[in-house]
Design a protein around this ligand. Structure first.
Ligand code: PEP
Ligand code: MG
Length: 315
C-alpha cells in the first residue's frame, strides 16, 4: 500500500496544506538529465560538471563544455537547472586540475579553490555555460550556477561577481561549516544557497565521507549538522532567498520532512528517490514539519533525532 502510494505520486510536491517544495534531480550529463525529466523531477538541483570530465587529461574547450551543458539545459526547457562549477579534488580528482601530491586532499585545493591555481578555468567554464544557455534559448537571468567548497563571504563575493558579469544567477554551496555560520554575510552576495550535506557532514564531524567505519559520524541526522542547516535556512528566510539541500540527506523521506521544517525550499536527489520524498511530504502539514524539525534539533544523537522526529509526526 505504501509502495503503491509512492508509485502513484505525481508532482509538483507540496505538504498536505499546500506549502510547495521544489523536488529536483542530481544529474551528471544530458542523458541522466533526460531520464530525470521523464520521471518526477521538476528540474535539476545539482549538475555535477566534474563528472563529465573524469576521464580527461586536458581541460575541455569552451565549445566542448558548452555542448555538454546545453544537453542538460535542454532536458528541462522550463524548469530550474542549477549547474555546479567543477568540484575537482578529494574524492573526485580531475587529471587536468588536481594537484597530485596534496597531503590532505579533502582539505586541499578542491572545488572553487581552483581559482588559486588557474582563474581562467573558472571563467572559461562560466563562459561555456552562458554560451550553452544561448544555444538552448534559456535567459541568462534564469541560468543558475553555484560554486562548491566556498569557505568565506569574500570567496562568495568573488564568484558572484564573475557570474553576474555574464548575466547569470550566482549561488554557492554550503559544505564548509564556516559558510553556514556566516550564511547571512554570504547571502549579501549571492541569490541562493545549496547545502551539500555529504561534505557539510564530513567537515562538521571531521570524518571522511568515504570511510564506512565513520558512517555513524557522517550521518546527516547528526544534530550538529542539522543545527548548521537550520542556521543556513533561517538566514535564507530572513534574506528572502532560496536555500536548498542537494546532498544524500534530501533523499531520506523522514529527513526531508525535517529539512522542510527547518525552512529548506528545495530538495535535490537521485531521481529515483523523488517519489518517496514527494509522497511523504504530501502526508504532513507545515506545522508537523516544523515540530519534527524542532524535535530533531533538540536531540543529542542521530538515533534520537530520528526517533524524536518520527514521534513528533505521530503525535
Ligand atoms: C555534497 O557534498 O553533499 C554534495 C552534494 O556534493 P558532492 O557529493 O558532489 O561532493
Ligand atoms: Mg560536496
Amino acid at each position: 500500500q505504501e509502495m503503491e502510494r509512492v508509485r502513484a505520486w505525481r508532482g509538483p510536491a507540496a505538504t498536505s496544506d499546500g506549502q510547495r517544495v521544489d523536488l529536483l534531480a542530481n544529474v551528471q550529463d544530458g542523458d541522466s538529465a533526460a531520464v530525470a525529466a521523464r520521471g518526477q523531477a521538476e528540474g535539476v538541483g545539482l549538475f555535477r560538471t566534474e563528472l563529465c570530465f573524469l576521464g580527461r587529461d586536458t581541460e575541455p574547450s569552451v565549445e566542448q563544455q558548452a555542448s555538454i551543458y546545453a544537453g542538460v539545459l535542454r532536458a528541462f526547457p522550463d524548469g530550474k537547472v542549477v549547474t555546479r562549477t567543477l568540484d575537482a579534488g578529494s574524492d573526485k580528482p580531475l587529471a587536468f586540475v588536481t594537484q597530485p601530491d596534496e597531503p590532505n586532499p579533502a582539505l586541499g585545493v578542491r572545488g572553487a579553490r581552483i581559482v588559486q591555481l588557474d582563474a581562467g578555468m573558472m571563467t572559461r567554464q562560466l563562459d561555456a555555460l552562458a554560451q550553452a544557455a544561448g544555444e538552448v534559448g534559456r535567459p541568462l537571468a534564469d541560468t543558475w550556477v553555484m560554486a562548491p567548497m566556498i569557505a568565506t563571504p569574500q570567496e562568495a563575493a568573488d564568484f558572484a561577481a564573475l557570474v553576474r558579469e555574464r548575466g547569470m544567477k550566482p549561488g554557492v554551496m554550503v559544505e564548509v561549516p564556516s559558510v553556514a555560520l556566516q550564511a547571512e554575510q554570504v547571502l549579501e552576495h549571492v541569490d541562493f544557497l545549496s547545502i551539500g550535506t555529504n561534505d557539510l557532514s564530513q567537515y562538521t564531524m571531521a570524518a571522511d565521507r568515504m570511510a564506512p567505519s565513520l558512517a555513524g559520524l557522517t550521518d546527516p541526522w547528526q544534530p550538529a549538522v542539522l543545527r548548521l542547516v537550520a542556521m543556513t535556512a533561517a538566514a535564507g528566510t530572513a534574506a528572502g532567498k532560496p536555500v536548498g539541500v542537494c546532498g544524500e540527506a534530501a533523499a531520506d523521506p523522514a529527513l526531508a520532512v525535517v529539512l522542510v521544517g527547518l525552512g529548506i525550499t528545495s530538495l535535490s536527489m537521485a531521481g529515483g528517490a523523488l517519489p518517496g520524498v514527494g509522497a511523504r511530504l504530501a502526508q504532513v502539514s507545515r506545522e508537523q514539519c516544523a515540530s519534527a524539525a524542532r524535535a530533531a534539533l533538540a536531540a543529542s544523537s542521530p538515533a534520537q533525532a530520528r526517533e524524536a522526529a518520527t514521534a513528533a509526526l505521530a503525535g
